[in-house]
Write a protein that binds this ligand. Structure first.
Ligand code: ADP
Ligand code: MG
Length: 474
């Protein structure tokens, strides 16, 4: 795999000038974040961190990631409808993980009461790294799938112009033209619009559940703007607002401030810290309603790391996607090694192997949002501590993916431009809509490339580790 922009990275003076131009273009394009000092206000904003150059990605892997996205949509949707699979898969985890247990309680309660929702909307992002093979080639390996609050579709629509600008400044017009256009926010909005339309109430709103301190608001606004262009109105509210002003009528239609809600789009609610007791109550109210939740609680559970690990068991995909051997083969080709830590021989063996070869594994709890996984010596210590406790079932072990590092220059507000050794993570956005048992939409709608310095094992853009990037197909 060719790895980079070679001599361009050595000319420090040129890099500085290029960086200045790139930052101005990023600001002009709206590649923006609120600042960490003022996360509740848009008065002062800055650019979202990004790479100076697009990073080289083999076209075959990009195509493979796009080609498997509809299969992942089908798989997530199938898991979300399979209550027995979810119950069995999560049974040991929920004994030891309060957050997953709380989500699961709501799921059970909804099943008992009967699901009022008839239209289902999935907006997800499947993330991959490029495993370096012994022969120097690279293989696409899934890191995880995000079924709630998958972000950066909005900003990813705006970064291609920035990288084209950089290459055009260098007179590399042919190279600039190779940067793929990308508009995930449009596709995500299309899914929301379809769900809204099928809900079938002309004056109903889309309710976006947001946090007050939201640095990534412009990413969300990109989707809101697309919806407004289709004459669909979005109201942004917090869980606390739902507790105060949300209600259900006798048909379990959801109302917020007396406005009917067709679709609830969560950009919050994926971490324990997002929930007070009151917020859990609000989540339950939303789930009980017939509004289209994106995601509904079962689909959120389908995105847990424990589910990911169980899906990799031999024969499991065949059970969940019967009669679809080609989809099963495409999906399985992207799976890395995944190991259960449930009590028993299988878990014991995985722990022994990970302790013996810590650099080959990652220990993952059931958490989202970056910065929760354990690597190396920290992982070994955790495994030693957990080994004889049932608490270990709230984690999974995963094979550590080792991509080939390459040089790129990372740009962040307040830091000098730095050329460092990097690795990338590719995400593909997927959208599906189901009405009753009929799938009415199943698409891929764009990509996100994030790149980080190799010294960081974990963490995404929001966690301050990775930066936005574009694939340069080779
Ligand atoms: P989260 O839900 O917190 O985003 P992830 O599973 O995506 O959890 O892990 C966070 C980050 O850790 C990823 O973005 C990636 O950089 C790194 N990571 C996760 N799994 C692996 C793995 N198997 N091999 C190498 N790096 C990994
Ligand atoms: Mg992730």
């Amino acid at each position: 795999m060719a790895t980079g922009w070679g001599s361009l990275l050595q000319d420090e003076q040129q890099l500085e000038e290029l960086a200045r131009q790139a930052v101005d273009r990023a600001l002009a394009e709206g590649v923006l974040l609120r600042t960490s000092q003022e996360p509740i206000s848009s008065e002062v904003v800055s650019y979202a961190p990004f790479t100076l150059f697009p990073s080289l990605v083999p076209s075959a892997l990009l195509e493979q990631a796009y080609a498997v996205q509809m299969d992942f949509n089908l798989l997530v949707d199938a898991v979300s409808q399979n209550a027995a699979f979810l119950e069995q898969t999560l049974s040991s985890t929920i004994k030891r993980d309060n957050f997953t247990a709380h989500l699961f309680d709501i799921h059970k309660q909804i099943l008992k009461e009967g699901i009022a929702q008839t239209v289902f909307l999935g907006l997800n992002r499947s993330d991959y790294m490029f495993q370096r093979n012994a022969d120097g080639s690279a293989a696409l390996k899934q890191i995880e799938i995000n079924t709630i609050s998958a972000s950066f579709g909005g900003l990813a629509s705006r970064t291609p112009a920035v990288h084209r600008h950089v290459l055009n400044v260098l007179g590399k017009t042919k190279e600039a033209a190779k940067i793929l256009s990308n508009n995930p926010s449009k596709g995500l909005a299309m899914g929301i619009a379809k769900a809204w339309e099928l809900y079938g109430s002309a004056n109903a709103r889309v309710l976006l559940i947001a946090q007050e301190k939201e640095r990534n608001i412009f990413d969300q606004r990109a989707i809101e703007n697309e919806l407004l262009a289709r004459n669909i109105h979005v109201i942004r509210r917090k869980f606390e607002d739902v507790s105060e002003k949300g209600s259900l009528d006798q048909d379990r239609r959801l109302f917020m401030d007396d406005q009917e809600v067709a679709v609830v789009y969560f950009r919050d609610g994926y971490m324990p810290s997002h929930y007070s007791l009151q917020n859990w109550g609000a989540r339950l109210l939303l789930e009980r309603s017939c509004a289209v939740k994106c995601p509904d609680i079962a689909t959120q559970l389908a995105g847990t790391k424990k589910v990911q690990q169980e899906l990799s068991r031999s024969g499991m995909l065949e059970v969940l996607l019967p009669g679809q051997p080609e989809a099963v083969a495409r999906l399985r080709a992207t799976f890395a090694g995944l190991y259960s830590l449930d009590m028993g021989e299988e878990g014991d063996q995985a722990i022994t192997e990970a302790i013996a070869a810590p650099s080959c594994f990652v220990l993952k709890p059931q958490r989202e949002g970056g910065g929760n996984n354990l690597y190396g010596e920290e992982m070994v210590q955790a495994l030693e501590r957990l080994k004889d406790s049932e608490e270990r079932a709230s984690y999974i072990l995963m094979e550590k993916i080792e991509p080939e590092p390459f040089g790129n220059c990372l740009l962040r507000p307040g830091s000098p431009a730095r050329v460092v050794q990097c690795i990338s993570e590719l995400g593909i956005f997927g959208v599906y809509v189901r009405q009753g048992k009929t799938l009415v939409m199943n698409k891929h709608v764009g990509h996100l490339l994030r790149t980080k310095a190799i010294e960081h094992a974990d963490g995404g853009v929001a966690a301050g580790v990775a930066v936005l990037d574009n694939p340069y197909p080779v």
